[in-house]
Design a protein around this ligand. Sequence first.
Ligand code: ASP
Length: 347
Amino acid sequence: MTDRRSFIRKSIGVGVTLPFLSPSIAGAESIFSTSKAEGPLIMCSRGTGWGERVLAPAQEIMKNGGALLDAIEKAANVTELDPDDMSVGYGGLPDEDGVVTLDASFMDGKTHNCGSVAAIERIKTPSSVARLVMERTDHIYLVGEGAFRFARAHGFPEENLLTDRARKVWLRWKENSSDKDDWLPPEDGDYGLEKRPTGTINILGFDANGDLAGCTTTSGLFGKIKGRIGDSPIIGAGLYVDNEVGAAGATGRGEEVIRMCGSFYVVANMRAGMSPQQACEAACKKIIDINGGAANVNFNDKFVALSKSGEVGCAQIMGNDKRLPHLSYWAPEKGFQVASGSYLIET
Ligand code: ASP
């Protein structure tokens, strides 16, 4: 284990260049690193305004010597329970039928166990259910009605997830999405949103022993076909943790992340010697390449990563809002910090 850590550090130190990377990507530095590799360290894929709020319960748990999995779960629950976050949990934007369906995954590096729920309805905290799939079943994926029944068996209340705000956004979208159906928009015809919104949250961390874990949770793509699941619940796509190396998570257009096993790709590149920042940028570049170049990419994907040695990285193809940083983290020695990733495509 020590060898692996020092291997990664040494590789970064000598600026290792992998042959399939462009010079600019290979030369990228990690956004920041902790002064020492010992944890705990918890990060999330949200920046200013969100990060502090999301990480607050995790900080509290870790400061009091609590378990990493509890810290990550409680951090994920913050966005899931917030009706104002329209991309995760309660208040999330619905599918094309106006039904909120949620995806989430959990992975524990120490045991290399994982659990996921996909297309689950009427349960506000899918990350907690995903953790229970990991810990209390011999399965990895539960979907739809089966996931719901499993949650109910564990005492989760059945609740309405569609807020009035989300319903109105959906209704405007429905009324404006075709001129061949019988839905008519109101006179102002306003779509209500500038573009089809996206969003998800990744929480990654390691504890004082250096054991890693992670969680990804989302309401998925707004207006999706009923039954669609994205990358978030797919182990290796929306989330991957390797206790010897690091952890990674993805947000954005899930179909692209699934077809290049995004989070696994990031961690595999870290195992090969890249810093988390280099690995996140390499994943963005891979998606651009798969699509035949930047000219064909009009969507966003974002990766965040954490190495076992305490480095953090974040990159996205195009920013939803370039003014905002897109990653925050907390570690006892450095406190709360925010950083933005780099963009491969300038829009
Ligand atoms: N990755 C999510 C999905 O495709 C959505 C998002 O992050 O915006 O379901």
